[in-house]
Structures are given as structure tokens and as C-alpha cells.
Design a protein around this ligand. Sequence first.
Ligand code: CA
Length: 668
Amino acid sequence: MTKKYATWCLALMAFASVKAEVIVSSPDGRISVDFEMKDGKPTYSVLYDGQVAIEPSPLGLKTNMGDYTQDLVWDKERLKKGETSGSYILPSMKEGQEHEYRYNVAELQFTRTPRPAAQGDNRPQRRRGNNGPVMGVEFCVNNRDVAFRYTVLTQGDTRSCVITEEASTFQVPANALTFMAPQSNPMTGFARTMPSYETKYTLGEPVGKNGWGNGYTFPCLFEVPNADKAKALWILVSETGTDGDYVGCRLLGGNGGEYRIGFPMEGELNGWGCTSVQMALPGKTPWRTITLGHTPANVIETTVTWDLVEEKYPASKPYHLDYGKGMWSWIIGMDSSCNYDEQKRYIDFAAAMGYRSLLVDALWDVQIGRERIAELSRYARSKGVGLYLWYNSNGSWNDAPQSPKGIMNNPYERRKEMKWMQENGILGIKVDFFGGDKQPMMQLYEDILTDANDYGIMCIFHGCTLPRGWERMYPNYVASEAILASENLHFSQGFCDAEARDCGTMYPFTRNAVGSMDFGGSALNKYYSASNNRGSRRITSDVYALATAVIFQSPVQHFALAPNNLTDAPAYAIDFMKTVPTQWDEVRFIDGYPGKYIIMARRSGDKWYIAGVNAMDTPLKQTLTLPMLEGKSTVSLYQNGEVKPVKVSRKQTIKVELPTNGGVVIVE
Ligand code: CA
């Protein structure tokens, strides 16, 4: 090769690609985001302790103003670096104590490669919108998370755009294992109500698949194994800050470790409504989040979902005063239990347990009626219990026949109903059977929440999308299902058989790590039926039920207990269920592996609850080191069907044994 030719090659390479450079690092320096332009395409990568977690991956948006995934120029002059920090108190999330956060920030802007004017376009280049920045990317990095979002900028007189696609990709190492819930086919399942984030997580499958053909719902967990265990990586990818101004996204699997942001499927909402986003300019997209660590601790303890979003309206009342435990009859007694007498019996049961609420499920409008619901609500309130009422979100988006319907989708009827609820002391609503993640449906969630706040009503969603920072954005938002939840224990013995593997040891690492989860579990019945002698059989232990009351987090828990449990369940279990908190100040991962076992700790006030469950075929024997018990001499150990006081050693170690499908709880 001649010297001249080599120089020419080098010059060409320099034009094509700017060498990757660290654009922003975490405050502790362990996480860094590298950035480079590759042939006009913005590309980022993420390193943790110098190890590649996200390999060079494209960024960008396709809009109807132009394709901002290629032919871009990084305007380095406009690079802004700084930090964002603050604190907030959010009693509905996993760490309800005053919460401080600090992120290092880098903001990048891009212009388009100048192009010659099209034939007949005599406008100066400036008017053709070619020379100013068109898009920005903002990275925020703290000691366990990377988050990024896009800004789409006004161009000339254009103040509105449609985003048709995101290039945002997460290229994980090729040897990564996946723990992800496949996105379902649209308009499938019960009464064509899918997608509703109710599919089973994969258990350590290799990369290179695309779920059932439609990718995966958030959050998506990856393990990058390493022969040196201390160098393994755990990566949780999700999104936050999504409201009625965007669509709910999913992750599409490509070749090897390639995973790209996908917009909703065309078939959602019965094929009606487009899959793209309409945005006012300048506009910002939701955040894409990546949580990293050598163990799953950062995944379980992350708060990135809430740190970077803002409250969308002020709370009309202090909702947290009404958080707490509740009952629902439907999980054991199904539709026929939604009658006046049975609900009254459950109110008495809730009162006997000292619980705050009762959820009256579907069909109450026909099986009880509004007047008698008002009567029930008065009766409940006389016992310190508040009612949640079930509603169908429909509408026209699926075939779910359960009533009441035609209310939550209509602004006038909805507000009239909520006024009636307020007059009758109703605590909240559970709205079910939503229809996918297109923008009009995301707007409906926001509309329901916003109206409900005007009447002091709390909201729980079922058959629904993943909440994306909603605990902080909407102060009357409580929790969502968005998971294969307890109803499946009633419907299927197979689901019962795999409960510990598919739920107890999986959801704390995934779904519940990014939002309050209304699982509706902790049953103490032996069978999922009111007679408690037929139906699907619970194979998890009573201590497992207590442990998941701690492991699964939602500020309002509707447990699957039944009035007969006052006499047929062990007294220690009932006593525990009377006192277990639903609001937590702090969370700590202790040990575990998704689908195998989990041991974690939550603090409420000055009291720590350490809880674990085991899904493995063999009992799990461990000596736990629990520094949070320093200064305590004795704790209560719930294990093998009994509760015993045990001494805390000087080094705060406690020996535990978790049977297959069983659990452990340690309480101060
Ligand atoms: Ca459901």
C-alpha cells in the first residue's frame, strides 16, 4: 500500500467514524456511556467496571419530518454536561422514605447532513430546515442506572410531528441469558383482551429469539454469565415516564444480542388507531432505562423509574393515609361471590383482620346494584373499611362482557360516576380489560387517573399495560396487574404447580422491580374455592404466602384470604397477615437467582422484614448475614410451618432452611 493511499484511507475512516469517547460516567465512575458517530449514525455503548454491558448500539428516531437515524452530524459545540439531583418522598413505591438521587447528565444535539435543494425548491437552506439541530439525546447516569431520552426540535414553522419508529437498540453480549415476558398476539386470549402483559417469563433462555414473534414486554432482564462470578453482569432494560403523549413500547429481538425498541402492534385495539406517536414540538420522549450490576441487587433496589419523572398534577388529598391491606372475594369465590351478603361477610372479615379495604369485583352493578352498594359502603365505613369498585374500561376495544362498562371510557359518565363514588365514600377503583399500548389507550389511563383525582379516588389497573413511573406522575395511582397474577392460580393447577418458580422467585427481579404490582395473592386456603376442598390446589406453603406478602410490593394489597381462614389457617399465619405492612421505607437484595430462589429485606419504620422463597427441587439451607439486625438480640423466625424466637449472633448471622415451594420470614 502506498503512503498516499494509506493517508487517504485514514482520512476516509476519520470522516466515516469518530472514535468512541466517554460522554458521561456515573458519580462513582463504575458506569460509563461511550458515544460515537458511525457513518452518520449516533451510537452509544455502556460499560460497567470496564466490561461491556451494552455493545455499540444505534440511537435515533424516524419522523414524518425526516429520518433522524442516519445522515446526522453530531454538533459537538452544543454538548452540555452537568448533573441533576434532588429528593422526593413517594410512599407508594418500594422505597417510601425521603429519597435522594443524583445523576450525571450529557445532552447531545444533532443536525442533518446538508443536502442540495430538491428541484424547484428555491428556499434558502435555512428555510429548508437543514442547518439547525433536529434532535437531541439526553443521557443520565447514576451509580446503578443509565437512562436516555430524545428531544425532537421545532423546525421553522413546524411544531408538530409524527414519530413512526425508534432506532434505540440495546445490544447485549451474545452469551447473555434472558428473563423476559413475550408480547402476546393482539386480540387473543379471554374475550380478545390481549395484550395485557400476562405471559410467562423465559427462564434463562439464550438471546437471538423474538418471543412469540412480537418481542417482549418491559421490563427485560439479562444475565451475562462469567466464569469469574464476581464479573457476571445483570442488566434490566425498561422505560419510564410514558403518558398519553406517547405509546407503550416493547423490545424486539433481532440477531444475537440485538434488542430494539418497538412501537405497539398494528392489531392492537382491534386494528384501529395507528402505531405511531403524535408529538408537539419541541417534545421529549419517555426515558429508556438500563440498570446494571454484578449481582441482581441494583435491579431489585433501583429507583430510576421514579427519579426522572415528574408529578403531573397535585394530589387532591393525602392518599397514602388510606394505603393498606384489603380483601377480595373474587379470587376464591369468583363472579357469584359478588353479591350483597357475601360482600358483607367479607367486610366483617376485613374488619376482623384490621384491614383497610374490600375490593368488590365485576358485576356488582347487576348483582348488588348501586343503591345497595351505597348501603354496603356505609356499613363498611362503620367498620373502618373502604370499598374499591371494579369497572370494565370498555369501550370498543375488545369483547370483555363484564359490567359495569361504558363508563370509564366516557368523560361525562366517568365524572358523574366518580362524583357518586365520592358522595358514598368509595376509596378507589379497579379498572380492567384495557386494549393495548397505542397512544389513545395511554391517554385513557391518564384521563381516568386525572378525573379520579378530582374526586379523591385511587386507581388500580388490571388487564393493562406496565406502569411507567406512574406512582410519582399520578399521585392517586396505586398499582397495576400487568403480570400473570393470582387469578391464574384459581384457573390452572399447572400454574399452581409452578407458582414459586414463575411468580415468587421471578417477579421481584423483573415486573415488581419497576412498579407496584397488584398480584392479589398470599392465599391461606388449601384450594382455590369457597368450600376449600376442591378446585386447584395450592402447593406452596403457608410461610411462602407470608413471605410473598413481603416480597411482592404494592401500597395497597388485596390478599387472597377467605373468612374461613380465621379458623382453618394456622394462628401464626393469620397474626402475621394482620400486621404485615404494605408501605416500605427501604429494600435490600440479600441473595437469589430468578426462577430459583430469592431472599430480600424490606424495612417499614424501624422494623426489618427478611423474606425468602424457594422454587428449587431441593431445600435451600443458608446462613444469612443480616447486618440490618445489628443491636437486636432475638427475632421471630417463620419457617417449616411454625414461628420461633431465635437469637441473633454477634455477627448477625441466622441459619435458615427453605423447603421446595416454601419460604422463610424473619421479623424483628
Ligand atoms: Ca388479569
